[in-house]
Design a protein around this ligand. Structure first.
Ligand code: OOG
Ligand code: MG
Length: 261
């Protein structure tokens, strides 16, 4: 793929995000045979563009790490993307609907890293040993593609649909919990929509971060000390509507909430 096309696709997707306009998937409009490797180059271009514009990385994130998410999106391979500072909504805060296209919410467990972790060969135990804290989170995904329809390379190029995130207000030490056994409920306007447990994410959320470290290693990159990392949606994502009040309850971890305005 030419450097020109790569930059063109990156700009096209950033424009869609900024203008809050859904677009046809890149494999329909720009390059039918876009590979996974090329898609990560597009994503890198987007990330570098956002950094140049003065935004800061909160951390990488994993996606499509649970059966529920894989089934919902019809893609079987975990992916990663990046969360930026402008995407963070405070716990209990508001998601202005006019800032997004067609948002969905999903419940996740996030990790705050105490040290760098560099693959290959990283295991879940090593991740836990290098984690300062875990924190419950609600991720708001907002694919820039029409109807959330995409192939694996499309969603990678689109920074894994990353849009907004709400982190819980309290940090928890990882060794005090069996993160695979943490029960989670996701309710909207008081109605239970989804439920699951940490084990839905590759057997244990730490496995997701181990996979992330090993995927990053292939690009000469690593998990960094201080990164706050989403391990991936535990359940299917739920479409958000005007005035929705969203609550994620995590057993022993309290509640994370926001409302749509
Ligand atoms: C891709 C983003 C996936 C997750 O946690 O699985 C993701 C999508 O579903 O649009 O963030
Ligand atoms: Mg997610």
């Amino acid at each position: 793929m030419s450097n020109y096309l790569l930059k063109e696709i990156a700009e096209h997707l950033v424009r869609a995000e900024v203008e809050k306009r859904e677009v046809e998937k890149v494999t329909s409009t720009h390059k039918a045979d876009l590979t996974v490797e090329e898609a990560y180059l597009v994503q890198k271009e987007i990330v570098e563009k956002k950094i140049k514009e003065g935004n800061r990385i909160i951390g990488p994130k994993m996606g499509l790490t649970s059966k529920a998410k894989m089934k919902q999106m019809n893609i079987e391979d975990p992916i990663y993307g990046y969360v930026f500072d402008y995407m963070v909504i405070e716990n209990g805060g508001k998601l202005p609907l006019n800032e997004v296209i067609h948002p969905k919410v999903e419940a996740e467990i996030a990790f705050v890293m105490a040290e760098d972790v560099e693959g290959p060969g990283v295991t879940g135990v090593q991740i836990l040993a290098k984690t300062d804290y875990v924190v419950p989170a609600l991720e708001i995904i907002d694919s820039r593609y029409e109807k959330f329809h995409f192939t694996l390379p499309d969603v990678i190029a689109d920074n894994a649909s990353t849009s907004r995130v709400v982190f819980g207000s309290k940090l928890y030490r990882p060794e005090a919990y069996d993160l695979d056994l943490i029960g989670v409920t996701l309710s909207i306007n008081g109605e239970l929509k989804e439920l699951g447990a940490g084990a839905a994410v590759l057997g244990h959320p730490a496995h997701s971060l181990a996979m992330l470290a090993n995927m990053l290693a292939k690009k000469g990159d690593k998990i960094r000390k201080g990164d706050v990392i989403l391990s991936g949606g535990i359940t299917s994502a739920i479409r958000l509507e005007e005035e929705d009040v969203v609550s994620g309850k995590f057993d022993g971890f309290g509640e994370v909430s926001f409302h749509v305005g």
